[in-house]
Design a protein around this ligand. Structure first.
Ligand SMILES: *Cc1c(COP(=O)(O)O)cnc(C)c1O
Length: 361
């Protein structure tokens, strides 16, 4: 069967060359006589894999030496609590910007452990924009400010970071990690579930500045304390071994085949532009987000009729463009065009949309 173009918000497409490499190493990883799936995480051969994955992530993302990289489980959703438990322990206060469901979930979880405050929200317009904020909007005594950098469901992104003064910025970058360069030094903590842009599900990457480790609340479970994992090289318990290996292959692909994150960004911009330009010119389809906050990764769009949306999704699926149904809170369609979606996939989708528009208007 031919491979489909998968526009899923996550888990999502992986680069074909990565899947082929994984397949070729499935039964015998580099002469070890075993699959990475079967290896002890304490073995020498696996130790080289996890170390290489971390080294590649540091290189590709240009992560400064005073940051720890942690390979955890529990998804980005566990970080909603973990960030609060580890960081909200100086003044027990944190500021949250609500730009979508994930940001809201992060806020709600933090509010269980301390004084979480909503600085601003774009819920008044179904999260179709990023609130513009100034330094004075933030509490200078907050232990951190939390943002969700790319809003997977609604298709918005911070093209510029808010100025939080001396307060550390914490960002959920689940759906934009590795899509473009990011200045890690501007953040206290970055975290991401791997299943959007990095690997299959099962791995959560946390990048945390070292001085923020070691101040967790007393109630923090051992497994939720950054210190536990930082002190043990992400090997306190069994890490998600195979997913880390897959992340390593994806990082090698970005480094060697794409040519790094500057190049990745160029490709992502080219892809997104193609789709947005079509949406802006179409009489049937339109994007749902204000132009200046448009995401490079998730592109929600609608027609004026629910029936037409449903017909489009059905026919698209039949033609090999799958998972285009929008999130239930937005309706319509959403094309997630992460790193591994080839340019050709978006090109063919736009062709298909043009044809659909011509046949149905
Ligand atoms: C997918 C997603 C999450 C949830 O991730 P899990 O790994 O499923 O917990 C959180 N935040 C953002 C921005 C996401 O895209």
């Amino acid at each position: 069967m031919a491979r489909v173009y998968n526009f899923s918000a996550g888990p999502s497409m992986l680069p074909e060359s990565v899947l082929k490499k994984a397949a070729s190493e499935m039964l015998d990883y580099q002469g070890s006589g075993q699959s990475v799936m079967e290896m002890s995480h304490r073995s020498k051969v696996y130790d080289a894999i996890i170390k290489e994955a971390e080294a590649l992530l540091r290189e590709v993302m240009n992560i400064p030496d005073n940051y720890k990289v942690l390979f955890l489980q529990g998804g980005a959703s566990s970080q909603f609590a973990m960030v609060a438990m580890n960081l909200m322990n100086k003044n027990n206060k944190a500021d949250y910007v609500i730009t979508g469901q994930w940001a809201k979930k992060a806020y709600k979880e933090a509010a269980r452990y301390g004084n979480a405050r909503v600085v601003a929200s774009s819920e008044d317009k179904t999260f179709t924009y990023i609130p513009k904020l100034e330094k004075a909007d933030f509490d200078k005594d907050a232990d951190y400010v939390h943002i969700c950098m790319n809003n997977t469901i609604y298709g918005t992104v911070y093209h510029e970071l808010p100025d939080t003064g001396d307060v550390d910025l914490v960002a959920d970058i689940s759906s934009c990690i590795l899509s473009e360069p990011i200045d890690v030094s501007k953040f206290g903590v970055l975290y991401a579930g791997a299943q959007k842009n990095m690997a299959p599900a099962g791995l959560t990457v946390v990048i945390v500045r070292e001085d923020l480790i070691g101040n967790a609340m007393d109630i923090t479970p051992t497994m939720f304390n950054y210190q536990t994992h930082a002190d043990n090289g992400s090997m306190f318990n069994t890490p998600p071994c195979y997913t880390i290996y897959m992340a390593k292959l994806v990082l090698e692909w970005i480094k060697n085949e794409i040519g790094g994150l500057d190049k990745m960004k160029e490709l992502n911009e080219k892809k997104a532009r193609l789709l947005y330009d079509f949406l802006d010119s179409s009489k049937m389809f339109r994007g749902t987000v204000v132009k200046e906050d448009r995401s490079l990764m998730n592109v929600p769009f609608v027609t004026d009729s629910d029936e037409l949306n449903a017909k489009f999704i059905k026919e698209a699926t039949e033609n090999g463009f799958v998972n285009l149904k929008g999130h239930r809170t937005v309706g319509g369609m959403r094309a997630s065009i992460y790193n591994a979606m080839p340019y050709e996939g978006v090109e063919k989708l736009v062709e298909f949309m043009k044809k659909f528009e011509a046949e149905n208007s």
